[in-house]
Design a protein. Structure first.
Lengths: 420, 420
């Protein structure tokens, strides 16, 4: 069984590698046309997709999965329409492939071009949301990469239905088998086998909870780009404009608390804590945010619960917030570098030196001055749809969009040069 | 013992991480001044370094290491002078840190800057050449990264002497302990322990033979950039200028056969094989190059030995060459993508379409038209000293110089923006 599975997955990966050659040279015009056809195919196959989804939902309910999980799993007309629109949007983004990053002429006449090319074969290992299936297919196809998808077992039927709808479009165009691939088994060994196929797969992107990512990172022989959690921190400096600070902190915590770029911890300079915290706490209180504060915070905000050391290490993804009063910018920066997850952090200040110091010394993918951390997002950055927000430092950091799904090669135009 | 070693290495790595914060914000002026002092320190401590090297040499001879290995290990006045000059050259290169890769204004007024920053802590695991010690220290220091060095056991005394000479300069400047670090034990477990310290080390670069690299890649929990072997291929097209082709192939094979960008395989279009091969073979013969050819080659070049399948997979690093006559460009491209190691490959042709087709479809770090593969080198590309030539696709591909030793972060300048 395990041998069969290994053989089957090796075959899928080898075919994906094979297909990636032709795919990498497909013109943008063709790719965009196909993406738009894929968008229509999702709508046309809506009935089949919803039917498959009902199967998954029935199983999930029988297995008594949590309501939140069942909600993430559920598809309806509106969600399929959104998936379809997302493919149309991807078709409208600039194609990164073929872009000359830089070109220069050497003294000996060699003309060196550093050019963006697809990475090759990307494996994506993800959990329950079925829309990830079409999003990842769209992004990988547009950036010229073959993709191998391995979704969660609870959404297998939905994923397969979406996959088949999109793959039929590729078949209609007589494109190579293996451009998009789905691992159609719930066998948990499949992931471990995929992670060893470094002869065929160039990159692995796990999308899901911390345990999934850790598992993939520890087993993979293939480079992995991780999208870990976001413990995002906003520091309200002593020179902050307090009404801006209130708006930014409220937005960062409350606008969408369940996502990785929401604020989980708020630091407040001691000189303004007594002026800033009472009104801020009332606003949070009205919105149902539970505050867990340090001793100084609790003297000012009577309703705050005590924050433990663990609170500052916690990504709540909920209407909860840890608060700490700090002595100075220095303490704010070291707290952020130590307790934060290097995702998105902000300072609110009117002081020029403090702003620059925070920008330079906070070691995070996105460092903000006077703006909400909620902007860390491919669309908000103007980069378009993203495959995730990388918390790694190698290859891609922060929003990972089409360009980050490419690598480069050097094309060198010579006229007979040899090395002396 | 193993527990002690783990504790000791964790301490080194944690200190390196700690030190990387201050290092990342050191000015170019200061870094360059220190690099020049390091260059002088190497010369000043020449006596001590040569003494340590004599210890290593005596051990190596007692252990009957191969002459080639002993030669690589040996230091003398000239080699120390070269190491010293190399540090001066690094001091003169542009500092990539702080470079704004791109900056743009969003419609909501957010001003986004994508800025180069150091990676953090880099571990370099390498084999016998002691000059790697000072080169890597120079490159990592200039790019603002803390470095942990783990050299081969046969050069431990030389490496330590070089390390101490350079570290004394940092001490004189009262810079944080831990900017440069050397693992001063020959215990082989040290590498395996280092590779698990992903809380502190951001990147691992193995430099050495295939076995070392494979070992590191299979065990590491930290991202690895691999510098695998180079089976570089030159294809002489039917439309080649044959005198250019002869000069390029000769240079690619003979100028320095022991390096990764030397040609190991030559493909020749069948239409010109009978015209091109005899004179080319004579030239190779005069230079002592052994030719291993396909059946067609052997009909034309009587002295050629038969090439086995294995020959086309072999990096000789010596005056040996596999030769194959191919039917067309298509076969040349598929052979190159299949047998090559995606390092550096070249086409020699006067035909415009063939040149572009080869450039687009050969999936290698460096693809050349009408030039020797020997140019794949940081200095030859105008990028300056390099830490190696990456055969990976993620983060860095081809020559890996100062810029590739950095990552980026987004600095976002706001004025109170919140997300709607």
């Amino acid at each position: 069984m395990a041998t069969n599975l290994k053989k089957q997955l090796t075959q899928i990966a080898a075919r994906a590698k094979q297909a990636s050659g032709a795919l990498s040279n497909l013109s943008s015009t063709t790719k965009n046309k196909i993406l738009q056809e894929m968008a229509r195919a999702l709508q046309a196959k809506r009935g089949l997709i919803l039917k498959a989804n009902r199967k998954d939902l029935a199983k999930a309910k029988a297995a008594r999965l949590a309501d939140a999980l069942i909600d993430r799993l559920a598809l309806n007309d509106k969600r399929i329409k959104e998936m379809s629109e997302s493919l149309v949007q991807i078709s409208r983004l600039n194609d990164p492939v073929g872009k000359v990053i830089r070109a220069w002429l050497r003294p000996n006449g060699l003309w060196i071009h550093k050019v963006r090319v697809p990475i090759g074969v990307i494996a994506i290992i993800y959990e329950s949301r079925p829309n990830v299936t079409s999003d990842c297919i769209g992004l990988c196809f547009k950036s010229g990469n073959s993709v191998i998808l391995r979704g969660g077992s609870e959404s297998l039927n939905s994923n397969l239905a979406i996959f088949h709808a999109l793959n039929q479009v590729l078949k209609k165009h007589h494109l190579a088998d293996g451009i998009i691939n789905m691992v159609g088994t719930v066998d948990r060994k499949a992931v471990d086998i995929l992670l060893k196929l470094d002869d065929f797969i160039d990159l692995v992107i796990p999308r899901g909870g911390e345990n999934l990512i850790k598992h993939v990172a520890s087993l993979s022989r293939i480079p992995v780009i991780k999208h870990y959690k976001g413990i995002c921190i906003v520091y309200v400096d002593k020179s902050a404009d307090l009404s801006k600070a209130q708006a930014i902190c409220f937005n960062a915590k409350v606008q969408r608390p369940g996502v990785c770029n929401a604020m989980e911890s708020m630091l407040v300079h001691k000189a303004i804590a007594a002026r800033f915290l009472p009104a801020m706490a009332r606003k949070f209180n009205d919105a149902g945010v539970e505050i867990r504060g340090c001793p100084v915070t609790r003297k000012i905000v009577k309703s705050a619960k005590p924050a433990t050391e663990q609170d500052y290490h916690t990504e709540y993804l909920a209407l909860k917030l840890s608060v700490k009063v700090v002595n100075d910018l220095e303490q704010a920066i070291s707290h952020t570098n130590y307790y934060g997850t290097h995702h998105s952090d902000a300072i609110v200040t009117q002081n020029y030196e403090s702003a620059l110091e925070f920008l330079r010394r906070v070691d995070s993918a996105c460092v903000y001055v006077n703006a909400s951390t909620r902007f860390t997002d491919g669309y908000q950055f103007g980069m378009g749809a993203e495959i995730g927000i990388s918390t790694d430092k190698l290859h891609a950091r922060g929003p990972m969009a089409l360009e980050e799904l490419t690598t480069y090669k050097y094309m060198i135009f010579g006229s007979g040069q040899v090395r002396g």
